[in-house]
Ligand binder design. Structure first.
Ligand SMILES: Cc1ncc(COP(=O)(O)O)c(C=O)c1O
Length: 376
């Protein structure tokens, strides 16, 4: 085991999630190098840890927030700017990209003159009444084919109805600044991006022909993390995106993206401990001090399959790794290959920085894993 990890485990115990900020910085730089004209609005929901937000803010990132709580966390970084700079700065730094917002939230957002997404007429009326100072970004429904997490059944107006909804907003005296979409999370089918950009471009053109020029194109999240070799290199995707944007859109628009997983997934490694073992129906079960109600919540909510490694050698056998709660549902993997291990042995899981601790609970009284930051 690397000395650094050993001393972290000795100092903090397990479960412990080690977040490597060098990796966050490298992922951010990979995104920016390949898509230099795209401003990164990091999707806070992927991992809202304040240290991560700070690192990204210092690199020049902006943020996609989903709630007033996330908005407030990010606003902490920009609140000290002089008043007159703030309006532009809010647009530059934060997009509230949850298309459905409670009335209380809209009221709280209004004084900040935020940039918010919407995708239906009822939301538009709510915004008009409770947050009329907002700038708007219409979200359209686009193909999510093959993406690990599908989002299009719950969000986005049908592209065919989008221009009418833009016109409705202007008729109400609001301003639509741009258009957004999301191709689904962990989108390994790059054609989703191509199709989405083509749909977006025709809406830009039609809106312009009706006198409403859109200024922002927000290409959402979905950029896949390299969980395994089947994920094609980011460069291949960024080349496709760049050439479609170049071909389809005016040169003077602003382009946003909302990557979450791509920035943080590979930055974290989780160390857990075996707390029990037993043979069930002929298979060896390892019980560990974490589970699907905690750091492995992504198994349920994110449809993500995590794997385990140990620091021991030996012949590998098929086994199951399950969580610590009194619930049979708390099974992380029923098909791992590990050498024979003992109680108190350490397991580790890589690439677990996105949608993991973000949705961890205290179920059965077990607290979420400790988080330790390295290479800040
Ligand atoms: C509106 C919005 N933007 C961005 C993201 C981040 O997506 P990803 O982590 O796939 O990049 C999500 C994820 O659910 C989202 O809902």
């Amino acid at each position: 085991m690397a000395e650094q990890f050993k001393s972290i485990i000795e100092k903090h115990g397990t479960p412990v999630l080690v977040v490597d900020h060098e990796i966050i910085k490298a992922n951010y730089m990979e995104f920016k190098t390949n898509l230099p004209n795209v401003q990164v609005y990091y999707a806070v929901k992927a991992n809202p840890d304040k240290e991560i937000l700070k690192t990204l803010f210092e690199l020049g990132a902006s943020f996609d927030v989903a709630s007033f709580e996330e908005f407030s966390m990010v606003h902490e970084f920009i609140k000290d700017l002089p008043d007159d700079e703030r309006h532009q700065f809010i647009y530059d730094k934060i997009i509230y990209a949850n298309t459905i917002k409670p009335i209380e939230t809209l009221k709280k957002l209004n004084p900040y003159r935020p940039l918010v997404t919407y995708d239906n007429i009822d939301e538009l009326k709510k915004i008009k009444k409770h947050c009329p100072k907002a700038g708007l970004v219409i979200r359209i429904k686009v193909p999510n084919t093959g993406s690990m997490v599908e989002l299009s059944s719950k969000f986005g107006i049908d592209p065919g109805d989008a221009v009418d909804l833009v016109v409705e907003a202007f008729n109400l005296g609001l301003v639509v600044e741009g258009l957004s979409f999301h191709v689904g999370s962990q989108c390994t089918n790059f054609e989703n991006f191509v199709q989405a950009l083509n749909l977006a471009a025709s809406i830009f053109k039609e809106a312009k022909s009706q006198g409403h020029e859109l200024k922002i194109l927000d290409i959402g999240g979905g950029f896949p993390a390299p969980y395994d070799d089947s994920v094609k290199p980011f460069k291949e995707l960024s080349n496709k995106i760049s050439s479609e944007i170049e071909r389809l859109f005016p040169k003077d628009i602003e382009i946003f993206a909302e990557p979450g997983r791509f920035i943080v997934a590979t930055s974290a490694t989780l160390f857990t401990k075996i707390i029990g073992k037993s043979i069930r129906d002929g298979k060896l079960y390892y019980y560990i001090n974490d589970g699907v109600y905690h750091s492995f919540s992504g198994v349920v909510f994110d449809h993500c399959q995590y794997h385990f490694n140990s620091f021991k050698d030996g012949q590998r056998k098929i086994c199951a790794v399950v969580g610590q709660t009194c619930d049979a549902f708390d099974s992380i993997s029923l098909a791992e290959e590990l050498p024979e291990l003992e109680i108190e042995d350490i397991l580790y899981t890589e690439n677990i920085g996105a949608y993991s601790t973000a949705s961890s609970t205290n179920f059965n009284g077990f607290p979420p894993a400790k988080v330790v930051h390295v290479n800040k």
